[in-house]
Design a protein around this ligand. Structure first.
Ligand code: XIL
Length: 345
């Protein structure tokens, strides 16, 4: 039994899979993932720059392996992600001469990409993060190339194209810091506008990149309720709990100024003290209690990776940190947090 079994009456339990799990032929991790989770997301393999490093050069290798793994283990596979400002080559937005594309040309490129990617996995990827991180923390629409070149209807177009490519797919908007009041409102407004235009949007993903003591879970709860009230399903995506102080806290730099930071400045480089381990476990427990309270609204809770050694939080915002954000430790053993989470349902 794994976490997925404890939560079988509540929601799917997912993780993100990285390339090394396959390139290193890490069978132990593959077995652990198959035991614990019933949903998987590619951590990087389906992002534009990885899948399609050049306009006419595709690399399906890891992406296909993840989908095959999911199919083989009867898991729910989430496609991540089609339209995003990050991890997409600049060339996507330019013509052969390096000039910015016209609206029509970029729309055509978006359509081609969505058709090829969604079409390839039709019937095997039931859920797509169609648009990722389009709203800023202040609720304004991010001034990405997508918005600047196409205009405000780029989001509606992306959802319509994905729906056309696979009419049975569950289509999501996904973003971070969704607990912030202005961001929550910005996303609610966007979803409402899309729904009014009959755009096929079915879910909102709340990336769970959270800290050990903040944000206040009451704010997370308000967002779960606010999104569900707009008639979409809620997914907790990319959950991890950062135990380290931010680089700004460590260096005392103002958030707007540069920090002079070295990973050696981080605490807990030789291991997490017992009281922090306990605090992390209680934070996870409180989160899952909140999710269970809203199980009627929530389809899935996915952590962003499986064991601490492979978390992106060791590299964020600077490489070389030793972080402890996930449910399995560096030996792939379940942490105290895992035990507390397993005991919640
Ligand atoms: C991260 C990956 O975990 C890293 O390996 C990569 O270097 C950068 O992207 N929001 C998202 C995810 O939607 O795709 C990001 O994943 C984390 C933030």
């Amino acid at each position: 039994t794994g976490l997925k079994d404890y939560y079988k009456n509540d929601f799917l339990i997912g993780t993100a899979m990285n390339a090394a799990t396959f390139t290193d032929n890490d069978v132990a991790l593959q077995q652990l993932i198959a035991r614990e989770f019933n949903a998987i997301t590619a951590e990087n393999a389906m992002k534009w720059e990885v899948l399609r490093p050049e306009l006419n050069k595709w690399d399906w290798d890891i992406s296909d392996k993840i989908v095959e793994f999911g199919t083989e283990h009867d898991m729910h596979v989430i496609g991540h992600t089609l339209v995003w400002h990050s991890q997409v080559p600049d060339a996507v937005f330019q013509d052969d001469a390096g000039k910015p594309l016209t609206r029509e040309a970029l729309l055509a490129r978006m359509e081609e990409h969505i058709n090829i990617v969604v079409g390839r996995y039709k019937g095997r990827i039931p859920t797509w993060d169609v648009v990722n991180e389009a709203i800023e923390d202040d609720g304004q629409w991010r001034k990405s190339h997508w918005l600047n070149i196409i205009g405000r209807d780029y989001i509606a177009k992306a959802f319509e194209l994905a729906h056309k490519a696979d009419p049975s797919a569950h289509l999501m908007y996904n973003d971070y810091s969704m607990f912030l009041e202005k961001k929550r409102q910005g996303v609610v407004d966007m979803v409402r506008e899309l729904k009014k235009q009959k755009v096929p949007i079915h879910g909102v993903g709340m990336q769970g990149h959270l800290g050990i003591s903040g944000p206040d879970l009451a704010e997370v709860e308000k967002s779960i309720i606010a999104f569900a009230n707009e008639g979409v399903r809620v997914h907790i995506t990319e959950l991890d709990v950062d135990v380290l102080p931010s680089v700004w806290e460590i260096t005392g730099a103002d958030i707007a100024t540069r920090f002079d930071y070295k990973p050696e400045m981080d605490p807990y480089r030789d291991g997490l003290p017992a009281e922090k381990e306990e605090q992390l476990a209680e934070r996870y427990e409180a989160l899952f209690k909140l999710f269970i309270r809203h199980r009627d609204k929530i389809d899935r809770v996915s952590t962003w990776g499986t064991s601490d050694d492979a978390s992106w939080k060791n590299d964020f915002p600077i490489k070389g940190r030793v972080n402890y954000p996930l449910l399995f430790d560096r030996n792939r053993e379940p942490k105290l947090a895992w035990h507390k989470v397993a005991a919640v349902p």
